[in-house]
Design a protein around this ligand. Structure first.
Ligand code: FES
Ligand SMILES: [Fe+2]
Length: 335
């Protein structure tokens, strides 16, 4: 490999990645794996917290522990750790000083947009995406079950951003096999991301004798580097909504995607329709994505053949490759 390319973990440690939906994190701590690091995530009195998963004392799994007033208490011998990872109590010898080494690696952890986010580096290199519509009370939100796919986060994003596959892979859900040509579109830089807009004649399948119909949908893609995309759908026959795909890199070849939609709360049955149809659509993507080779996200364009219709995934890959090399992000270069 190119000597400038930083190890995967190092290149992405300084970004925020989701490790849980807020709704899943109740009284029990949760396990998470991020960039090959095992974590335990829990709710403390002062907010969410994330530390190394295994107890510094004798390696017990802290996911079996209990959140208490001053931290997380291990189930094995009751050692308790604060949010900063320091051990604050050793019940077997309460009067003795606590050894310095009795501490867990601890990580920045925040809760926003219904997700718990962790940054493994001391300082984040970029802020969270800006999704004001999720915080002004105007939209309802529905999550999908977690998507645990054997695919790199970068490949996942490239599938989400791929315009040319819609008419092939999504035949039967919303793809329109009659529209295989991708009209020229532009990719604009955003701070920390990319934006593109296309029109797509989505084809709804025939249901209960209702004939299939074409809906010219305006699709706006907004990427926040490294692994987040918001897709805004503006159909003419249905309501506007947006889907959010946030891929969390478990390792270089595996990701867990937190996928959800926002919609106007007056749309009746949106959540049921969305979950059912989106799971069918994503299953079509998963079959392709998990079978791609190589599994790791390629950092150059040498091993594959790219054409102009692939512009958005190309510009995305160029940006991720720059991040791997520690280079500043340049704007799109193809016209
Ligand atoms: S292993 Fe956790 S307190 Fe002993
Ligand atoms: Fe797709």
């Amino acid at each position: 490999m190119d000597r400038d390319v930083r190890p995967y973990h190092e290149a992405f440690a300084a970004f925020w990645h989701p490790v849980a939906f807020s709704s899943e994190l109740g009284e029990r701590p949760l396990p998470a794996r991020l960039l090959e690091t095992d974590l335990v995530v829990w709710r403390s009195e002062s907010g969410v917290a994330a530390t190394q998963r295994y107890c510094a004392h004798r390696g017990a799994d802290l996911c079996g522990g209990t959140p208490v007033a001053d931290g997380l208490r291990c189930a094995f011998h009751g050692w308790t750790y604060g949010r900063d990872g320091r051990c604050v109590r050793v019940p077997s010898q309460p009067a003795a000083p606590i050894p310095d080494r009795a501490r867990l690696a601890s990580y920045r952890c925040i809760e926003r947009y219904g997700l718990v986010w962790v940054c493994l580096a001391p300082e984040p290199a970029a802020p969270l995406p800006e999704w004001p519509e999720l915080e002004d009370g105007s939209q309802a939100v529905v999550p999908l079950p977690l998507l645990d796919w054997d695919v790199s986060a970068g490949r996942m994003l490239e599938i989400v951003l791929d315009v040319a596959h819609l008419s092939w892979v999504h035949d039967g859900t919303f793809g329109n096999p009659a529209q295989t040509e991708v009209p020229a579109y532009a990719v604009e830089p955003l701070p920390g991301g990319l934006r593109a807009q296309i029109r797509y004649p989505a084809l709804s399948p025939s249901i209960d004798g209702v004939p299939p119909r074409v809906d010219r949908t305006t699709l706006t893609y907004e990427v926040t580097f490294p692994f987040t995309a918001r897709l805004h759908f503006k159909p003419t026959l249905f309501y506007t909504h947006a889907v959010y795909a946030v891929a969390s890199p478990v390792s270089e070849v595996k990701m867990r995607c937190f996928y959800f939609a926002s919609y106007h709360p007056k749309i009746r049955n949106f959540a049921d329709m969305f979950v059912k149809s989106e799971l069918a659509i994503l299953e079509q993507d998963r079959r392709v994505a998990e079978a791609q080779s190589p599994k790791a996200h390629p950092l150059d364009f040498a091993g594959e053949v790219h054409v102009k219709a692939d512009l958005l995934p190309i510009e995305y890959r160029r940006a991720v490759a720059a991040l791997r090399r520690g280079q500043p992000l340049a704007g799109p270069v193809m016209e």
